[in-house]
Design a protein around this ligand. Structure first.
Ligand code: ATP
Length: 205
């Protein structure tokens, strides 16, 4: 069976914290590939200042260009509507019965996982791989998993070297004309500049 991890996000924009999470988790759990899936309408986020689907997809592709461990999927964008993870998982399972599926998330998503749509069903279908966004979160993640998620056997909390940055922080820095290069894959940085993304606040969706 192929061991495939799904990594969903708004990727608005994709940044080095995202890539670091995938790479660090990949050091601990063998994965044949990681599929980045930009959301259409994210269920857990405010959507003002969301760049066009096209741009978010392009930036994901640029971020992993030349690295065949990664793939980028437009499955959620094409499906339209709110992107519920369980629907994505079911679709991929239907299409690839020979895949063992994993789902990658950062610690902030773990701490709200019990509020996700059909989260128990998600845990029946995939193994969750979780990495910290900030230093010193490991114990809190383990405690949360024991208490709220009843120590579910399909949840793997990975000790990773975090790269603490968020897309929100990057968008704010761009608006303030502050440097952001150190948080982004270089071709994503170039793309944002070329297309003048995130420079003015605007309601997009
Ligand atoms: P925003 O600031 O716009 O809310 P974000 O930086 O949290 O965005 P998302 O695209 O919403 O990024 O996140 C997708 C996934 O990546 C989530 O599971 C999130 O926990 C994880 N993630 C985001 N940033 C990091 C980071 N720096 N380290 C580890 N995981 C991260």
């Amino acid at each position: 069976m192929k061991r495939v991890a799904i990594f969903g996000g708004t990727f608005n924009p994709i940044h080095l914290g995202h890539i670091n999470l995938c790479q660090e988790c990949g050091k601990h759990i063998y994965l044949d590939k990681v599929i980045l899936i930009p959301t259409n309408i994210p269920p857990h986020k405010e959507t003002n200042q969301l760049a066009d689907d096209y741009h978010r997809l392009q930036m994901c592709q640029l971020a992993v260009q030349g690295d065949c461990w990664f793939e980028v999927s437009d499955l959620e964008i094409k499906r339209k509507g709110v992107s519920y993870t369980i629907h994505t998982i079911e679709k991929l399972k239907q299409q690839h019965s020979d895949w063992k599926l994993y789902f990658l998330i950062g610690s902030d998503m773990l701490f709200m996982f019990h509020k996700w749509y059909q989260y128990q069903k998600i845990l029946e279908q995939v193994d969750l791989i979780v990495g910290a966004r900030e230093p010193k979160e490991y114990e809190r993640m383990v405690a949360y998993t024991q208490k709220i998620l009843k120590n579910h056997q399909n949840i793997h909390i990975i000790h990773i070297q975090p790269f603490p940055v968020s897309s929100t922080q990057i968008r704010q820095l761009i608006q303030q004309n502050q440097p952001v290069k150190k948080y982004l894959p270089s071709n994503v940085f170039d793309y944002i500049q070329q297309h003048h993304l995130y420079q003015v606040t605007k309601e997009m969706k």
